[in-house]
Design a protein around this ligand. Structure first.
Ligand code: NAG
Length: 647
């Protein structure tokens, strides 16, 4: 009797609140190899990590790793970013240790400092999901995006039980690749949850990098992108095959466009035909004389890889991240209860998941955009989820009562810390960013620039314009962390009421990014009222307006001449100056019937980077027509800029 009483007392003492209360200190991460020797003093983040129980009945636990800056800038104080990698089934430890997290792993398997530091712009939480991914585990795998979505909401519930002080924070979702499906699904569900809830989640923005959002439409960009990148041309022996496959995919897309009714149709979700295009391109870029670099890396066309990996061995950091996460002492330090082996991508998750049970996430975007800002960014070197696919997807998307951007041919330069980082289009809560010199994993290549993407979604930037070669070009300017706030604070102190200052720093010219030069002169005219002596500048502006009108007329004329061509053409911006202008449409007419085309789901495999242990057969190489390319001239690979150097 006394024993029972003692046990009871002990139990009560051990768990003062609930049966399964998470003691925060059980999730604290206070040591890691290299943490105190390699990370600058005072820069060691506050970290919590561990496997959070979601459903005891089927043993489902989600692993998360949360990073907070110890001395937060004001805007980071009430901001939480959830980061999800793709797959399906790839661990967000890619994001934590190779991309947006504060650490990289060196060759001694120690943490080192990453200059990207997203956690300084807001707490960032990397979540291994769905169940079975990375260090998350379960007895029951998910089959579709709806299940994954419900599970994530359960995770959020548990997460905020642990961190109630974060409950009022603004929430941002960020992620990459297949997270282009996860994130819209999750946010759509959250917005529905919010409608009837006394405790809504404050979702403020989405940042989707090289997202796989509209699979078939995006597949249609493989050929034009590869031609523009100089990877392939009409002399290639595979050319007519590629065109045929492209045309088959075009028919599917036309069918989708003609019939979309929000329901699941097999032709939309079984995209083997469209995916086959990438397969053919990878096979057509083979150079058998060069086995270590036999084909192009599908995540970064400036790199090559052995065949048939074509990028699946990339990025090189995997070589250190993998042993780091599989080290027993590290597993103890990140509080694993279940010390399962870490794989970058889980075959089991991929195997159980059936994309055909869920309508592609593109159909959820218009509803989300009514309530939340969405930034779609693309590293310009990626093939598999390339920027041209995102652009053409946006062109077809109707949101905010209109279709596409009002002027798809105009864009703003993105200047980060004084250098051109990419270009931007933005309207009606949707922003597209093409990030220069970056691969499928943008924060891997340009960590500091990638951190400034948060400034784009939170409107922490200046706008400006610059005359380049007689053309007025709008600019969006972002700055190193905290710099803009510091400057703004000083300005306010120095001259509290300067209308010119406010005009140049208004947050978002959101209604009309593309007609930005006009918009800018409008807002400037407010200040003109206060400074009548500036009327000469009005005349200058009038002349500018005339020039712009003539330019617009020219663009429209050009556009009309383009329009008569097949819908699959993805134009390049003639004014970007950073890309070759490729018009391959005429060749589309030379179709030959050829149905002997591999239709395996290479894409789903490549997105989750499944590797066979024998290193072969990860996708279906064409058997009979392996081709020898001429020796590759590296000049062929330059599309984006003169200063671009292959890694
Ligand atoms: C953009 O989002 C805001 C909420 O953040 C909403 O009030 C507004 O209506 C949205 N705009 C459009 C065009 O949907």
């Amino acid at each position: 009797m006394i024993w029972i009483l003692l046990l009871y007392v002990a139990a009560v003492l051990a768990s003062p609140l609930k049966g399964d209360t998470h003691d925060l200190k059980d999730f604290l991460v206070s040591s890691l190899p290299g943490l105190y020797s390699n990370i600058p003093k005072g820069e060691v983040p506050l970290m919590f990590a561990g496997q959070l129980e979601l459903y005891p009945e089927n043993n489902t636990h989600y692993f998360f790793w949360k990073f907070s800056d110890k001395h937060k800038v004001p805007e980071a104080q009430n901001r939480t970013i959830f980061w999800l990698n793709g797959g399906p089934g790839c661990s967000s430890m890619d994001g934590a240790l190779m991309e947006a997290g504060p650490f990289r792993i060196n060759h001694n398997q120690e943490v080192t400092y990453n200059p990207g530091l997203w956690h300084k712009a807001g707490d960032i939480v990397f979540v291994d999901q769905p169940a079975g991914t990375g260090f998350s585990y379960t007895d029951e795998y998910d089959h579709d995006l709806d299940q994954i979505t419900w599970e994530f909401l359960r995770f959020l519930e548990r997460f905020y039980e642990m961190f109630p002080e974060d409950a009022d924070n603004d929430i941002y979702f960020a992620g990459e690749s297949y997270a282009g499906q996860y994130i819209p699904y999750i946010v759509d569900r959250i917005l529905k949850h919010n409608k009837g809830s006394v405790k809504p989640y404050n979702v403020k923005g989405l940042l989707i990098g090289n997202g796989w959002i509209s699979p078939n439409e995006q597949s249609l960009s493989y050929l034009p992108f590869s031609v523009q990148a100089g990877l392939i041309n009409s002399d290639n022996p595979q050319w007519s095959r590629l065109l045929t496959q492209h045309e088959h995919c075009q028919k599917i897309v036309n069918n989708i466009d003609a019939t979309f009714d929000g329901k699941l149709h097999d032709y939309e979700v079984s995209s083997g035909t469209c995916e086959g295009i990438l397969n053919l391109i990878l096979s057509a870029t083979r150079d058998k004389a060069n086995p270590e670099a036999e084909c192009v890396n599908m995540y970064d066309f400036t790199l090559r890889d052995s065949y048939p990996s074509c990028g699946m061995n990339w990025p090189p950091d995997l070589d250190t991240v993998k042993p780091f996460l599989n080290d027993d002492s590290v597993k103890a330090q990140i509080n694993l209860q279940n010390a399962k082996a870490w794989h970058e991508c889980s075959g089991n998750v991929g195997k159980h998941f059936k994309a055909r049970n869920s309508v592609p996430a593109i159909h959820l975007l218009p509803g989300i955009l009514e309530e939340v800002e969405v930034v779609l960014f693309n590293g310009n070197r990626d093939i598999i989820c390339n920027y041209m696919g995102t652009e053409s997807m946006i062109k077809k998307l109707t949101w905010g009562g209109k279709r596409g951007f009002s002027d798809p041919e105009s864009s703003l330069d993105w200047i980060h810390n004084g250098s051109v980082a990419g270009y931007i289009q933005s309207e009606r809560n949707l922003t597209f960013v093409n990030v220069f010199d970056a691969s499928h994993m943008v924060p891997f290549d340009v960590p500091e620039v990638s951190r400034a993407l948060i400034d784009l979604v939170t409107h922490n930037f200046d706008t400006d314009e610059k005359v380049v070669g007689g053309e007025t070009k709008g600019q969006v300017k972002t700055f190193p962390l905290g710099e803009r706030q510091a400057r703004e604070a000083k300005k306010v102190e120095a001259k509290p009421t300067t209308s010119a200052t406010t005009a140049s720093t208004t947050s978002y010219p959101s209604a009309a990014y593309s007609s930005y030069p006009l918009e800018a002169s409008d807002s400037d005219s407010d200040s003109d009222d206060e400074h009548p002596q500036e009327s000469t500048s009005r005349i200058t502006r009038l002349i500018q307006l005339l020039v712009i009108a003539v330019l617009i007329w020219g663009v429209i004329a050009l556009y009309n001449s383009y329009r008569s061509r097949p819908t699959s053409i993805i134009k390049t911006r003639p004014n970007s100056g950073r890309k070759k202008n490729v018009q391959w449409a005429d060749q589309l007419r030379q179709f030959q019937e050829d149905n002997d085309i591999p239709q395996q789901g290479i894409l789903s495999k490549a997105l989750n980077k499944l590797k066979r242990s024998d290193g072969r057969g990860t996708y279906a190489p064409t058997a009979s027509d392996d081709i020898e390319l001429q020796s590759q001239n590296t000049d062929d690979f330059v599309i984006s800029s003169d200063e671009e150097t292959p890694k």
